[in-house]
Design a protein around this ligand. Sequence first.
Ligand code: GTP
Ligand code: SPV
Ligand code: MN
Length: 618
Amino acid sequence: MTLTDPRRTAPTSSPASTAPAARSSELRAWVDQVAALTRPDRIVWCDGSAAERHALTKQLLDEGKLIRLNGEYRPGSYLARSAPDDVARVESRTFICSRDRDDAGPTNNWAEPTAMKAELIEHFAGSMRGRTMYVVPFSMGPVGGRMSKLGVQLTDSGYVVLNMHIMTRVGTPALELIDAGEPWVKALHSVGAPLVDDAGVRHDDVDWPCNPEKYIAHFPETREIWSFGSGYGGNALLGKKSFALRIASVIARDEGWLAEHMLLIRLTNPAGRRFHLAAAFPSACGKTNLAMLRSTLPGWSVETLGDDIAWLRQGTDGRLWAINPEAGFFGVAPGTAATTNPTAMDTIWGNTIFTNAALTDDGDVWWEGMTSEAPAHLVDWTGADWVPGIGRPAAHPNARFTVAAAQCPSIADDWEAHDGVPLDAIVFGGRRASNVPLVLEARDWAHGVFLGATIASEQTAAAEGAVGELRRDPFAMLPFCGYNMADYWAHWLEVGERLGASAPAMFQVNWFRKGADGRFLWPGFGDNVRVLKWIAERLEGAAAAQASPLGLVPAEGALDLDGLDVSADDLRTLFAIDSGSWLAEAELTEEYFASFGDRVPLELQTQLAALRTRLGSR
Ligand code: GTP
Ligand code: SPV
Ligand code: MN
């Protein structure tokens, strides 16, 4: 489809552009077409340099879109405050526009691609008037790596460019690979707030331009992303969820690999043996915390490789290898503290963009949970005065920090290795107040796929919706799978077949089980290393396990609780399996599977039947 502005009558002069000399003709043509449609004043081709970052930062400060934090406390760091209606991913406005509706499946919003593009063209027409359009070439994964992929984002948001600089590898090296003919993904983004109206009148800008009408549209067959109306997080930093998960999951299906919402870590035991783990947890359920775990067990340590996304591919040795395609962390701020995630606190010492945090009187940031006592006065995330007891949070619950992964003290030396790391275990987690034990091991790959497919979690602040409700979030991919979820399960089963005996083992964890009194039963955070230790010892064949209807759980005494203050009662509850409530949950799983019709792999139905048998036979 050609991109033409339906409202445009006469051609206008081309915008000023900083286009470098020799550029891929396809890229150049696309940039020209989008510029003709969106009509920016200027086009800036980004080179990813520090000078570019510096100039852009200065501009955003001048425009009031960033607030410089006190360099004594937070050098090189800035605060951005979003519009109150643009604070999180908008799943209700996220679309998978495959040709066939069934390829998007019942868990995605579907729209017919030609109709969606026609609708979007109406919105993009003139949407960048008065603004600069940035051409942002980037690589997901180290530039030139075998598992890496290229993209170009066109955006009219300087804030987005600065965040892309941190979250992806932006710059000329990526552009050179595109010039050389490597495939790349087209990612078009506009905040949808032109500075010049239809009558040609120029308006003042606002601190956080966006549009009440939002679209985050994906075209899996043509590997395109069109995002309109939002400047926040996954809606706008298109390398992240849109590319590295939604589009990449489709590329991965076609090419035989996996694009996953997983953290990636290396665990080292006292003997120096290393284990690599990837873990899928739904949004705001503890991936960043686990990725940066500071061990409370002597001799055991965790190195960080990634905190949100992992790409998994079978290597020439037959094993499953993983990379983190991102270059930074876009982490949840509230709840991050020296007590819960000291490594994250050390990572964000400076050179960090904070979005929707509160501002202290001495020019630093604050959020709920950072300190046990709130400062006596703050400016909250909306820019209003705030004092303790005022009855609303000072930071938005989905306030985030954007920081380079390289700045993390626990980042592994080889975190950018082109081939990644060989996986020993895959872990599934969720936020479950009941039913799911602290840890269990899958009986085999197919059982692990069943565990992944049946993850549920209580709703968090990372997306819109009522906090606390239980929602199914298979593989933590519910909002991120770019194709039919049932086909995705079948793909996981197929990958397992190919891996055979080289496949990583699979586990399920739950840090969030609560007692009758509503208290978390497990201390969590640094003490989660005790669970990782059991997993590592299982991998070595050293730790004892016992069968349960749900899978293998630690045998009496196998979980290292040395020096930990967890009562015997709480421990029993952490592992309690109530057949009645599990049979009820199996009922819900059956209904959930039924919503996918006959596309659910037979193997998963077999797993569900086997679970019921095991529960009944207790
Ligand atoms: P996205 O970036 O949204 O994909 O999420 P994430 O999984 O990286 O989220 P993050 O690690 O920031 O999760 C934050 C939430 O998990 C906070 O509410 C933490 O307090 C909570 N959390 C993390 N680890 C633990 C734990 O071990 N125990 C308990 N009780 N809460 C935890
Ligand atoms: C998530 O919601 O899982 C995130 C944050 O990691 S965002 O990038 O905004 O999607
Ligand atoms: Mn995430």
